[in-house]
Design a protein around this ligand. Structure first.
Ligand SMILES: NC(=O)c1ccc[n+]([C@@H]2O[C@H](COP(=O)([O-])OP(=O)(O)OC[C@H]3O[C@@H](n4cnc5c(N)ncnc54)[C@H](OP(=O)(O)O)[C@@H]3O)[C@@H](O)[C@H]2O)c1
Length: 286
């Protein structure tokens, strides 16, 4: 063990539950590599795993959980509803399948992966209502959304009166996504920052490199620390154990205000995105 969950702070969500501020993401971890990768992440000390129906590796995450012997209450597991599964019956059926693949009787957090405003006649409110019902059924402790723009958040809250616990959105130094973060703050929704190190692009950034050299850390550590000090939740992905350890060693240093501001100044707006725009993304995977 090179770390322990005790060193990871938690954030209290608007439903009163606590989420570890640092976790481990498994997007693009090939299924055949996922069990071993998640087992290594557990060895390093990660206790919060972020997967999705879309990633096709829930069963392998479940195998790693089963093999770990870690008490269920010491783990935080998130999965997400795939884009082809928004209709209520599909959402209910595939959520049960996700639980079975993960080998769990409940997840900690279930998210609508994408709002898909150009699909399902623009009706993501019914999808949100179904998520809320799944939460009431006990299969997930918290419910939230992902890739929701401010107008999408306003609409589901207006029409259902239920505020998501989190909004998982792309945030990194090149795409600060401030409007969506601010909408979250306004509603009391925690922000989870996906692609927190811009899929590795930050490793070659001269501004980040200068800060990293000066504080004796790596570019990834400095960037992840920037997220944590802004209050966001992160779960960097790596299939390399040394990087898992690097990305976990974040709690014995702090960045000063000037360094935080210098990283924030790298924002490129829309052109800084690594992923698609939620207003137009419409890929219907199941
Ligand atoms: N809700 C959504 O729509 C959505 C979308 C995307 C991602 N996510 C979630 O967010 C998680 C994180 O995002 P992400 O995986 O897209 O991107 P990321 O964590 O920003 O970057 C991962 C990439 O950076 C490399 N890397 C990891 N640690 C590094 C380090 N210390 N130095 C240099 N390079 C490093 C990894 O390579 P190696 O693996 O080769 O080390 C991988 O190519 C995902 O795994 C997923 O759980 C959600």
């Amino acid at each position: 063990m090179t770390g322990s969950s005790a060193s990871v702070p938690t954030i209290t969500l608007n439903d009163g539950t606590a989420i570890p501020q640092l976790g481990f993401g498994v997007y693009l971890v090939p299924p055949e590599q996922t069990q071993r990768t998640v087992e290594q992440a557990f060895e390093v000390g990660y206790r919060h795993i972020d997967t999705a129906q879309m990633y096709r590796n829930e069963a392998e995450v479940g195998a790693a959980i089963a093999a770990s012997g870690i008490a269920r209450e010491d783990l935080y597991v998130t999965t997400k509803l795939n884009n082809g599964n928004h209709l209520p019956d599909d959402a209910r059926r595939t959520f049960a399948e996700s639980l079975a693949k993960l080998g769990l009787d409940h997840v900690d957090l279930f998210l609508i992966h994408w709002p898909l405003p150009t699909r399902y006649d623009g009706d993501f409110v019914t999808t949100w209502q179904t998520m809320v019902e799944l939460g009431e059924g006990g299969g997930t402790t918290s419910v939230g959304v992902s890739n929701f723009e401010p107008a999408h958040l306003d609409r589901i809250i207006d029409e259902t009166g239920v505020v998501p616990a989190v909004n998982q959105i792309e945030v990194n130094p090149y795409f600060a996504n401030e409007a969506a973060r601010a909408a979250g703050t306004r509603h009391g929704i925690a922000t989870e920052a996906w692609a927190p190190i811009a899929r590795g692009r930050i490793a070659k950034d001269p501004t980040i490199a200068e800060i990293a050299d000066r504080v004796g850390r790596t570019p990834a550590q400095v960037t992840l620390r920037w997220h944590l000090q802004r209050g966001d939740i992160v779960f960097p992905k790596s299939t390399h154990r040394e990087r898992m350890e690097e990305n976990f060693a974040l709690f014995d240093f702090e960045l000063g205000d000037e360094d935080l501001a210098a990283i924030s100044a790298l924002d490129q707006g829309e052109s800084g995105r690594t992923g698609p725009n939620p207003n137009t993304f419409d890929h219907m995977s199941r």
